[in-house]
Design a binder for this molecule. Sequence first.
Ligand code: PEP
Ligand code: CO
Length: 447
Amino acid sequence: MNADSSFSIASSWRDLPAAQQPDYPDLEALRAVTSELEGYPPLVFAGEADQLRARLASVARGEAFLLQGGDCAEAFDQVSADQIRAKLKTLLQMSAVLTYAAAVPVVKVGRIAGQYSKPRSKPTETRDGVSLPSYRGDSVNGPEFTAEARIPDPERLRRMYHASAATLNLVRGFTTGGYADLRQVHAWNQDFVRTSASGQRYEALAREIDNALNFMKACGADPAEFHSVEFYASHEALLLDYEAALTRVDSRSGRLYDVSGHMVWIGERTRQLDGAHIAFAASISNPVGVKIGPTTTPEEALALIDRLDPEREAGRLTFITRMGADRIRDLLPPLVERVTASGAQVAWVCDPMHGNTFEAASGHKTRRFDDVLDEVKGFFEVHKGLGTHPGGIHVELTGDDVTECVGGGNEILVDDLHQRYETACDPRLNRSQSLDLAFLVAEMYRG
Ligand code: PEP
Ligand code: CO
């Protein structure tokens, strides 16, 4: 496809207000990069996005559970085999816990291979009386607090593409090349088992899984599903110049797909009904998510469905709610009731992170593990009360032993936060906290 046709194809959003876009000083440089990106190979295939849509349809129908997780913001200097493997391992372990302990198929989607752009609540950051443009993710500018680093640089879009490609390549290798084989269920835990209570709890469950696998094998059953794993990539579709440059016509169907990731979501700050982000999301056929925060009215939720899922196709639209632990029990029921009454089949997923952020006395942005847990609990209670399906969780996590969220089994205290606080943006659950969460969610699911 040439640059002109893709420009016109994926351009329905261009005349609309687009929130949270970088202020590029050199628009010609931007155009040069995006037109090159238009010629780059797709990162994912339309057929894969369709397959994820079918899996999410099972979630919407109540037959499967979505586990979506990864960094708040990926960073270019963290694209390493060790870090990607650790993240994947954590997600695979959580998935094994959920699949075995809750006996539900788990759809696994990373916040990975494209999660480089951040919406910010404030356009500038002030330190010691000096104000500079906010850091908006490695795809836009640099985190260093200097005027130069904070200038949006379109070359970073190209780096995002290459970082995403390298990450996805490794993820594909791990998930299909034997590493994700269920018989590796112990290996994912090897470096962890002796050092943490959640690691030991996991080890006991892994032994049970092993026994079940041996039993099945002795019976002559060894299905292909045990030897590799279906894993999908997702990120927030924030930078529309990048997403549009990676939007292509699918030769099979003639429809548009954003080939930068299997699933994309629209964030809480960019989901305006008359804005560019929703228009862009409406133009593509990937499964899409929308973050739904505390101000969302049932009317807005219904209007989002009309815009994004006019055909009422299960799997197309996922609502990712992020209300805060103290409000979810009040705010979620009217939304779920009205949406359900409308006949729409969305997947409901709980983001227990973004409504529970606060600043500790030390100045670190953090979250309490107990609040995260309580929001998930509230989410399950509401759905149970209404007879609807709690479709999944959307979490910020890392495979490394960071100290960014407080609490959890290996209790991290506010005074510990400085020890390993490494996030490029929001605080993430570490591996032990992630596993703890998976065990607790499995219990709630079995409820
Ligand atoms: C995020 O997912 O990192 C994020 C910014 O979330 P939200 O749009 O819900 O605030
Ligand atoms: Co975040």
